[in-house]
Ligand binder design. Structure first.
Ligand SMILES: Nc1nc2c(c(=O)[nH]1)N[C@H]1C(S)=C(S)[C@@H](COP(=O)(O)O)O[C@H]1N2
Ligand SMILES: [Mo]
Length: 415
């Protein structure tokens, strides 16, 4: 390499100069498109509603930004809990924390529907802005908004499909797509906020005269939008906030529906475990580096029994509380000679295949006295669809990790 200022410096300087010119290049006016194209919605004044204003767009935008931020962060938590990287630890208490974060995730996602609808209505005439792009920088900014709108709609509609369990309608594995698209959405949103911040600040601080002689004022529209978002929340939040259940007419789930007053996602027949679960030869195998035991239902019932009140909190946003009775996982770990304070456990279902047939219980949950291999629910033996003869129930854990029809527990020492 030649040090700068040496005999070969000029090409480097030339490169530098072209970099300096780039912003100018991006801002150089593009040629005007032909006037003959200016018809229909492209005509001047094609969208006369005086309700559309930078102020309306900004106010709805702020509310939407808050919803997206909460939705993104709670979604990230859910992803990390289900796929923990080595640096991530998730506590077992407070027991209902995941129920709250995931409830918020689904509630803010649903409340975003009316907000995004009104926001898009308030700006869609700009689709027909004339000229379509003034400069290259303007064209890039418009393209980034197209990405933001597409990604947002993908997230909201995909999420809605998931909570209403139309899985079959999606041609890809939902959670992976939802996770990566969330980063794209939030990235495009940050760019959008960065670009629009001066406009938003100006629109929110300047007082505008009311639109004269129009039937609907901006305040009324904002009030209606807020009411719509609130109504959607009340009409769906009952799937996790029990007192709202009677008015939650849009909630895909009622917290008390299903056998033993608890919802079911995967039934025993659906999981293909019916015959295995009812087999009298069933044994729960607990295997660790220091020993192994094989427990018949009577053996399990003879161990010390404990009762806990814990929710099932599904990633779909519904949650429901049950009274569970069974054996502490940490007692089973002790039974095979390992230390529950520093052990983790892989809990495996008799379900032959499927994404949720196995889950890992990390040390904070293994040692928690509320983590049970439950045998009973709400005062009766577990219903077949709730995981009979034995299922995992632990505090502060997503429903997908509360493995049903447990047949084998592999204890690992160290982590
Ligand atoms: N073996 C197995 N366990 C499972 C599942 C599954 O598909 N297979 N589904 C999980 C999901 S997504 C949830 S929300 C809870 C629901 O428990 P419940 O049906 O008893 O309410 O079980 C979990 N345990
Ligand atoms: Mo779930």
């Amino acid at each position: 390499m030649t040090p700068s200022g040496g005999p070969l410096a000029p090409p480097a300087r030339r490169r530098h100069a072209s970099l300096v010119r780039l912003p100018n290049l991006l801002r150089r006016p593009l040629p005007e498109p032909p006037q003959a194209l200016r018809r229909g919605p492209l005509k001047e004044g094609a969208f006369p509603s005086p309700l559309r204003s930078a102020r309306l767009t900004s106010q709805v935008g702020v509310a939407l930004g808050v919803c997206f931020a909460v939705c993104f962060l709670t979604g990230l938590i859910s992803h990390l809990v289900q796929h923990p990287p080595s640096w991530f630890g998730w506590p077992s208490r407070p027991a209902g924390l995941y129920r709250v974060t995931q409830g918020l995730h689904v509630i803010t996602g649903l409340a975003s529907f009316p907000l995004l609808g009104v926001k898009l209505w308030s700006v869609y005439p700009r689709l027909f802005a004339w000229p379509p792009a003034r400069t290259i920088a303007h064209a890039v900014e418009r393209a980034s908004i197209a990405v933001l709108v597409a990604a947002s709609l993908f997230q909201l509609i995909g999420g809605l499909f998931n909570i209403t369990r139309w899985y079959g309608a999606l041609p890809f594995f939902f959670t992976t797509a939802h996770y990566w698209m969330a980063w794209l959405t939030i990235g495009a949103l940050l760019v959008h906020i960065g670009v629009k911040l001066p406009v938003v600040r100006d629109a929110l601080t300047r007082r505008l005269p009311a639109a004269p002689g129009h039937r609907l004022t901006r305040r009324q529209l904002l009030g209606t939008t807020g009411a719509a978002a609130g109504l959607i929340t009340i009409a769906t939040a009952g799937q996790t906030v029990a007192p709202l259940a009677p008015v939650s007419v849009l909630a895909p789930r009622r917290p008390t529906s299903g056998p033993q007053r608890l919802p079911v996602n995967k039934t025993a027949t659906g999981a293909g475990v019916r015959d295995l679960a009812l087999d009298p030869a069933f044994r729960l195998v607990v295997a660790g580096p220091r020993g192994q035991v094989s427990l018949a239902p009577d053996d399990l019932a003879a161990l010390s029994q404990h009762t806990v009140i814990l929710p099932i909190a599904c990633v779909e946003g519904w949650s429901a509380t049950g009274t569970w009775t069974g054996v502490r996982l940490r007692d089973l770990v002790t039974l095979v000679g390992s230390d529950p304070r520093s052990s983790s456990a892989d809990v495996e279902s008799m379900q032959p295949a499927g994404r949720y047939r196995r889950s890992t219980v990390a040390p904070p949950h293994v040692r928690d006295p509320w983590t049970l291999i439950a045998l009973r629910l709400n005062g009766a033996p577990l219903h077949l669809d709730h995981g009979y003869p034995a299922r995992l129930i632990a505090p502060n854990r997503p429903g997908v990790l509360q493995t049903k029809w447990v047949a084998r527990i592999v204890v690992r020492e160290g982590s």
